[in-house]
Design a protein around this ligand. Structure first.
Ligand SMILES: O=C(O)CCC(=O)C(=O)O
Ligand SMILES: [Fe+2]
Length: 213
């Protein structure tokens, strides 16, 4: 009986349906209004507070078991987020992601069991060379998620474009995505190679992964 009510409860979410359709057809999705402008501003504020408190560290390559800091590959500084200690500025972020994950698991049987997110700042002159988001010793990352927290007057000449390398009809094509505030990009972690072009000013974001097992 409980199960029946659960089914009756189900409401189609057009935004999530678009993400699912995009990923099924193109392996990536770009969403402009995943969070409200107010939520984006609040997350930016939180990131900057934590950055001022000097809690960020240089990002490494490889995973936590097997990590090397390599400046010539990536120059961002990061801070892992912790849902257990999330404050009022961060809770709407986790609520929305949990809602999306529940929807994906229910409608596509995606089997997302874990998630991990970090704040990221790319200082002027930094970049992240072409790479794929799965590790040799760990292939649990299924979907990569990036949300840009730059402020409203972010300009294309600031650089820091995310470039996705796609395969269309056996031809490599580049999808160039500017890190405009509030923009969210979701893509298949095991398939899509990508890079962050050099930035000419500080670039702010949250990056994360939805994981199986
Ligand atoms: O910030 C972005 O646009 C992508 C970051 C990225 O590729 C990563 O952290 O693995
Ligand atoms: Fe990446």
């Amino acid at each position: 009986m409980a199960e029946l009510f659960e089914q009756l409860d189900f409401v189609i979410n057009e935004q999530y349906e678009t993400i699912i359709k995009d990923i099924a057809t193109k392996k990536y999705s770009i969403v402009e209004d995943f969070f409200s402008a107010e939520q984006v501003a609040t997350l930016r504020e939180e990131l900057l507070i934590k950055y001022e408190a000097e809690s960020f560290k240089k990002a490494a390559i490889g995973n936590r078991v097997n990590e090397v800091v390599a400046k010539y590959i990536r120059g961002d500084v990061i801070l892992w987020m912790d849902e257990k200690t999330a404050n009022f500025r961060e809770l709407p972020f986790f609520n929305k992601l949990n809602d999306l994950i529940a929807y994906l698991n229910k409608t596509c049987f995606m089997g997302i069991l874990h998630k991990e997110f970090h704040y990221a700042i790319y200082p002027t002159g930094t970049f992240y060379k072409r790479h794929i988001d799965t590790f040799q010793n760990d292939d649990r990352r299924k979907l990569s998620f990036v949300c840009y927290l730059n402020d409203e007057d972010w300009q294309p000449e600031n650089g820091g474009e995310l470039v996705l390398y796609l395969n269309e009809n056996n031809q490599e094509t580049e999808k160039v995505i500017y890190p405009f505030p509030g923009r969210v990009v979701i893509f298949e972690s095991q398939i899509i190679e990508h890079e962050v072009k050099p930035v000419n000013t500080k670039r702010l974001s949250i990056t994360g992964w939805l994981k199986t097992r």
